[in-house]
Each structure stands twice: as C-alpha cells, then as structure tokens.
Ligand binder design. Structure first.
Ligand SMILES: Cc1cc2nc3c(=O)[nH]c(=O)nc-3n(C[C@H](O)[C@H](O)[C@H](O)COP(=O)(O)O)c2cc1C
Length: 179
C-alpha cells in the first residue's frame, strides 16, 4: 500500500501543527487509499545541517523515515513570509530520499500561509518532488480560535480531499520510475 507521510513543519513549544496534522490524518484515514503517518521533525532532533560538534544521530532515522514514504503532505506554517527554519533544515538534510515523489501542501497563517506554501513549492522543485495544485490554506483568523485552537471551517475538509485526490495518483505514478 502507498505510504504517505504527513510532515509537521514546526517544532516550537506551543506550536499548533500537531492539531492540523491530526485533522489531515483523520480525513485521510477515511479514504483507505494509502497508509498515512504523522512525521514530526521535532522527534528527530536534527541540528543545523553540518553544525560542528552537534549530535546528528537522528539523521539516519530521518533518512530512513523519508525513504520509506511514497508521498507527503507538508503541514506548512508561515514564519516571516516563508517556511520554518526547522522544515528547511530537515529538507536540506536529504536529497535522493525526496526525489521522484509527490506532495501536497496544507498551510496556515494570516493569509492562509500562502507565501510560505509558494516558497515551499520552489524548494520542492529542486528536490524533484512533484507538488499538486490543490492547496488547502487555513486562516489563523477564521480556522483557529485566538490563533491557537484549531476549528477549521467545513469547506476546508473538501479542500483536503481534493488535494489528496491529486496526490494519490501522482504518488502512485512516480513510484513506477524509482529504482
Ligand atoms: C517567527 C514567527 C514568524 C511569523 N511570521 C508570520 C508571517 O510572516 N506571516 C504570517 O501569516 N504569520 C506569521 N507568524 C504567525 C504564525 O503563522 C503562527 O504563529 C502559527 O501558529 C505558527 O505555526 P506553529 O504554531 O505550528 O508554530 C509567525 C510566527 C512566528 C513564530
């Protein structure tokens, strides 16, 4: 069965990404079209790439986890009009493990995390990850209470399913060209 990793892009204390990731997984699991797994980059404790003297013992597990996936849903939050440093660092750690796979983006921020999502698309292009068009964009004002308690509008559920409708066939197709 296809394996899709739902990657939490933020690592800060008090982050809301686990709420968003759990909601995406709950919607995705009902489809029964893939095995969906939450991947929390915080658990891998990756230091900055190449940081001298740092403990990079989580890097091998990070590589194995991403290798085992056929596609991804990135839970991307907007920090200073881009993605988090933690997500960029985690992406930078690997190359072949990302190549020839597909991804969807679920973002959030004051304008739905749109600027972060567009930056992420550029990075994914370099990593040979094919990102699908449908992009659920969650507003900190209307899909969260006080910017911290996740209460998505009903329409966002449809958007996640439409994104997955594109992600699953692309993930299936790209599997055929990987060695
Ligand atoms: C360092 C930092 C920078 C931020 N910059 C932006 C921004 O440029 N645009 C925006 O819409 N929200 C911005 N925010 C608000 C975040 O999108 C919001 O706090 C969100 O909950 C962060 O995701 P997280 O809770 O998973 O960490 C910023 C938050 C932080 C911590």
């Amino acid at each position: 069965m296809l394996k899709i990793g739902i990657i939490l892009g933020s690592t800060r204390e008090g982050r809301v990404s686990p709420q968003v990731g759990a909601w995406v997984k709950e919607i995705a699991d009902q489809r029964k079209d893939a095995e969906y797994e939450i991947i929390d980059i915080a658990e891998f404790k990756l230091p900055l790439l190449g940081e001298p003297g740092a403990d990079a013992s989580g890097a091998a597990a990070w590589s194995a986890k991403i290798s085992g996936c056929d596609g991804f849903v990135f839970i991307a939050q907007e920090y200073n009009h881009s993605i988090t440093g933690a997500l960029k660092n985690a992406l930078d750690y690997l190359r072949d493990e990302w190549n020839n796979k597909a991804a969807g983006i679920v973002s959030y921020g004051s304008v739905g995390g749109a600027r972060a999502a567009e930056h992420l698309r550029g990075i994914l292009g370099e990593l040979l990850v094919a990102d699908v068009r449908v992009h659920p964009a969650l507003s900190l004002f209307t899909d969260f209470e006080n910017g911290s308690v996740f209460k998505p509008k009903d329409v966002q559920r449809d958007s996640v399913n439409q994104m997955l409708d594109q992600l699953i066939p692309w993930s299936t197709a790209l599997k055929t060209i990987r060695k």
